[in-house]
Design a protein around this ligand. Structure first.
Ligand code: F0G
Length: 461
């Protein structure tokens, strides 16, 4: 019988090298929390049992990637590792100019330094926070134009990352002269890891063509997005993911990329463009801040690992396991009555802390309270995405964020099903006494990006 005839979808790999986990006690974790000011970013990773803070750079490389590392050629200019990397990128994304950077935000910084500036407006389905920050740093405005369903945690829409085409059309009709390019983030991380359909990308392309605007992809999770297109979009079910990825790339004029996600790297990124003049301006900045154009921000061995990772990222058995195992966690939590953003996205499960902790006002940080409780109860580190992260306004006031979520991001190929079964047990245990979880207040916060370094304390009931 083919493996696919069975219900259980196994990890399509076996373990080759192990990293020990330190199994802490609740008392040890309570002490670590006090020392960290109840901010999970301030913990020592060694004090975390299951680390779901991010799926970025935290995946396990394969045997073949480690073997490729040995082929790394560290020549300053024209290294064979560079040519292998460039060919692997262009095999999927047919952009003539590939500009290697040390991670995604470096590509964003270069792109928006060239095309941004005061008075400009950059639309996106939802800007990831570093993308928004890089747009705004130039004085431009970052505008989110995701469909209404994408803002509703319980809407079952299969492509909640889609761009609101009418809103994009209206923006370009009214203020097209100040829009340097249109961006689409696949999958839409800030909106719950939700995919964008091929039909929507084609429609965005059509609008861009009518107004003569370039279309750029923020393509960190392009392979998961393509898998969702294959699974969920009519007429796409028989296609090879590589074929879908190539079509998606063919619709765009360029991309920014964090290779720490789907390309299965621990570091890396790139900017790729069709336009030669734009490429020349970007390469000038690359040389100032990253490196020579044939290595940019990366060592030859990183380029090799990424070239190999790109071939593994589009493997169907891997993508089936990847999306199924994320859904496995989400479905078990939903079945246990824990409110989650639905449908379950590709790289993470987002718990709806505001719905689970209705006794806490958003300004008492229900997401922080839930994230701290998961760490205390089981050593699980998730990430608050809510009022702590977005609540402080530029004018100094504080407002509730649109949602108060806790993201449990799943590193690629790192945890097994029994790790995830443990996560399910811990989350359900915490959810059973959610009504007892305390409010938090901030006792110390920096002027910006406070979620990384703020210190908190529980407010006695
Ligand atoms: N774009 C998206 C959609 C991302 O999710 C990220 C990173 C970036 C750009 C920036 O890439 O980290 O390589 O500079 N997301 C990570 C996360 C940090 O945890 O979601 P980077």
């Amino acid at each position: 019988m083919p493996a696919s005839a069975y219900r259980t979808i196994i990890e399509p790999f076996r373990i080759h090298s192990v990293e020990p986990l330190r199994l802490t006690t609740e008392d040890e974790r309570r002490a670590a929390l006090r020392e960290a000011g109840f901010n999970l970013f301030a913990l020592r990773a060694q004090d975390v049992i299951i680390d779901l803070l991010t799926d970025s750079g935290t995946g396990a490389m394969s045997r073949d990637q480690w073997a490729a590392v040995q082929h790394g050629d560290e020549s300053y200019a024209g290294s064979p590792s560079w040519f292998r990397f460039q060919a692997a990128v262009q095999n999927l994304f047919d952009f003539p100019h590939v500009i290697p950077t040390h991670q995604g935000r470096a590509a964003e910084k270069i792109l928006f330094t060239v095309v941004g500036g005061p008075g400009k407006v950059v639309p996106n389905n939802t800007h990831f926070d570093t993308t928004r920050a890089n747009v705004e740093y130039t004085g431009a405005e970052a505008l989110d134009l995701v469909i209404a369903e994408g803002r509703d945690p319980s809407s079952p829409h299969p492509f909640k990352g889609n761009v609101d085409i009418a809103a994009l059309d209206a923006l370009l009709a009214e203020r097209g002269d100040v829009v340097p390019l249109v961006m689409v983030t696949i999958t839409n991380n800030s909106g719950g890891g939700q995919p964008v359909s091929l039909a929507n990308l084609r429609a965005v392309r059509e609008v861009c063509d009518r107004y003569g605007k370039p279309l750029f992809l923020d393509a960190c999770r392009f392979a998961e997005n393509a898998w969702f297109i294959r699974e969920r979009e009519e007429g796409q079910g028989d296609r090879d993911v590589v074929d879908i990825v190539r079509e998606v790339a063919s619709l765009a004029d360029g991309m920014t990329m964090s290779a720490k996600k789907d390309p299965l790297g621990n570091i890396g990124g790139w900017l790729a463009v069709r336009d030669e003049a734009l490429a020349a301006r970007c390469r000038e900045l690359l040389i100032l801040t990253e490196g020579f154009p044939t290595y940019g921000g990366l060592a030859g061995r990183d380029l090799e690992a990424l070239a190999q990772g790109l071939t593994e990222a589009v493997d169907h058995d891997y993508l089936r396991y990847r999306t199924r195992s994320t859904a496995y966690l989400g479905e078990a939590l939903i079945a246990g009555g824990v409110p989650c953003v639905q449908p379950i996205g590709g790289h993470a499960v987002y718990l709806d802390a505001r719905a689970l902790l209705p006794h806490l006002d958003p300004l008492h940080y229900p997401g922080q309270s839930l994230a701290v409780a998961l760490y205390e109860a089981g050593g699980i580190r998730g990430c608050e995405i809510g009022t702590v992260m977005f609540g402080r306004q530029p004018d100094g006031t504080e407002q509730a964020a649109a949602m108060d979520l806790v993201r449990l991001a799943i590193p690629r190929r790192t945890y097994t099903q029994s790790h995830i079964d443990y996560v399910i047990e811990v989350v359900l245990g915490v959810a059973a006494h959610a009504a007892d979880l305390p409010a938090y207040r901030i006792v110390d916060e920096p002027p910006s990006l406070r979620h990384f370094t703020a210190r908190f304390e529980p407010v006695p009931a």
